[in-house]
Design a protein around this ligand. Structure first.
Ligand code: COA
Length: 168
């Protein structure tokens, strides 16, 4: 099956909203991770996956502050139920991470399935005692280095992640 990944455009917004409601439910904005996304996502990393002419997958990233460093927060990621299990999600993550490596960021953080992200190089963040804005199952938090050594350079305590509020 033909799967093509493109950068998101304005025309994709509605179909992505529908995809997100399908994947995460109407209460998705109540999840603590949304406190980290007060502004807009990183446009260059907003990807849409097309199966033919149908948008069936979406991946976005936001910038967040990890102490005084700007890092990336991966997600949300969603693939339409009828085409799951065909590798579309994997291709979206691989392309997103490839593009992320072209930027200046050193780290990516995700709150996601503990079993899904290790194959992309993510490791558990639980040992870092990350201060997260609200409730999250600690095993969902995972880091991936974009620059080798980035994790080793983090402090062993006092690590805080916060959203970046856009200027008024
Ligand atoms: C998670 C999701 C994006 C995966 O998309 P997908 O296109 O079905 O994923 P892929 O086909 O690329 O799957 C890749 C691999 O991950 C596995 N996988 C899929 N969903 C998984 C999950 N929830 N947990 C663990 N592994 C999972 C697949 O078995 C596959 O394994 P393999 O490569 O060893 O064969 C999709 O199931 C979805 O939209 N789910 C609902 C929303 C969601 O939970 N999103 C974010 C997860 S944090």
């Amino acid at each position: 099956m033909m799967f093509k990944i493109t950068q998101q455009t304005q025309a994709d917004s509605q179909v992505i909203e529908a995809l997100m409601t399908e994947a995460f439910g109407p209460k998705r904005y109540d999840r603590s991770v949304w406190a980290l996304r007060p502004g807009a996502p990183v446009a260059a990393l907003c990807l849409v996956g097309y199966d033919g002419d149908q948008a069936v997958g979406s991946l976005r990233f936001w910038e967040v502050m990890l102490n005084d460093e700007i890092i990336l927060l991966l997600g949300p990621l969603a693939v339409q139920p009828h085409v799951r299990g065909k590798g579309f999600g994997r291709q979206l993550v691989q392309e997103g991470m490839r593009l992320a490596r072209l930027g200046r960021w050193r780290l990516v953080l995700v709150s996601g399935e503990p079993d899904y992200y290790p194959k992309f190089g993510f490791v558990p963040a639980v040992g870092y005692g990350l201060d997260w804005p609200g409730f999250v199952e600690p095993e969902r938090l995972q880091f991936c280095e974009l620059v080798p050594g980035a994790l080793a350079s983090l402090p062993s305590s006092g690590l805080v992640v916060r959203g970046i509020t856009p200027p008024a």
